[in-house]
Design a protein around this ligand. Structure first.
Ligand SMILES: [Zn+2]
Length: 299
């Protein structure tokens, strides 16, 4: 991507080095927590804390706690991480501009989310989380949480490298914020709470995730249309990333003997690629409704 000279978002909070210490949690707000990658498979990503169940339990049905007080410590990571921070802040700024414009055209006001950059562990409005959860969005505090080392994990362990692939990850979490602002996220989380089986709840989760992929694509469409920022190979990198984080692909990579579609929470590689691509190609938001209403076979 060509991003030189582009503005950085001011809605970035750098909590690297604080590792969640100095924070006080209190009950109150309700919200849900949604990531980009299926977490049951998280075991093959990497472990700094070795705690997988915590976030899996939080996923989709956040337990509703709010941060009352935070301590911000900028530990100034490596130069590479600082470059990634600038990159991420520019992508976030682009999502702000594009979604502000889209909301305005639809008579709505876009409220910007905050991107919290952390390392190792973080306390959020949806509970505490470790880096092993991957990037995620918490609707209770309207924040995206990102450990920059996830990008290295994408490259080395998922085989999903490239700046548009990284941008897709951020745009996907922003997509969840758009779902939140439009009221869809709460509605779908309520449906998940009422589901009679895990399989039924997972099927709703898949639609939440595919919609975020589609919104990420819509952002990409207008990003390139406005700034001509895409370079050769960028689109392929983003599509490759969607392929590599499909639930079926992850289960196969993790050595599952049988693939279990009922356990999918984010969609297959084919589905993730399809909806991301459609958003990128058309930028047509009227297509979003299909993700919510079509039959499973049409997803
Ligand atoms: Zn997601």
């Amino acid at each position: 991507m060509r991003l030189s000279g582009r503005r950085e978002s001011s809605y970035v909070e750098d909590r690297r080095g604080s590792s969640g210490s100095g924070m006080r949690m209190s009950g109150g707000k309700k919200g849900g927590c949604v990531g980009i990658i299926m977490l049951a498979i998280g075991a093959f990503i990497w472990w700094k804390t070795g705690d997988s169940t915590m976030f899996v339990n939080n996923l989709g049905v956040g337990q509703g706690t709010a941060i009352e007080q935070t301590t911000t410590t900028n530990s100034g990571g490596s130069q590479y991480n600082d470059e990634l921070k600038v990159f991420s802040s520019r992508i976030l700024a682009s999502t702000e501009d594009i979604w502000t414009s889209i909301f305005k055209q639809n008579g709505m006001t876009y409220q910007k989310p905050t991107m919290v950059i952390f390392s190792d562990a973080v306390n959020t409005g949806c509970g505490s989380a470790s880096s092993s959860t991957g990037p995620f969005y918490c609707s209770a505090d309207q924040c995206l949480y990102l450990d920059l080392s996830f990008f290295s994990t994408m490259k080395s362990q998922l085989g999903a490298d490239g700046d548009l692939a990284y941008a897709y990850v951020i745009a996907h979490e922003v997509g969840h914020h758009v779902e939140y602002l439009t009221g869809l996220l709460s509605k779908l989380h309520q449906q998940m709470d009422r589901a009679r089986s895990d399989a039924e709840a997972n099927a709703i989760s898949v639609r939440i995730e595919l919609l975020a992929d589609f919104y990420a694509g819509v952002w990409g469409h207008y990003e390139n249309k406005t700034f001509q920022s895409f370079e050769d190979g960028d689109l392929e990198e983003a599509i490759n990333c969607a392929h590599k984080i499909g639930d079926d692909y992850l289960q196969k990579s993790a050595g599952y003997r049988t693939i279990n579609p009922e356990s999918f929470t984010h969609g297959t590689s084919a589905q993730r690629m399809k909806w991301l691509k459609l958003g990128l190609q058309t930028g047509d938001l009227s297509q979003a409704n299909k993700i919510l209403t079509c039959s499973e076979s049409e997803l």
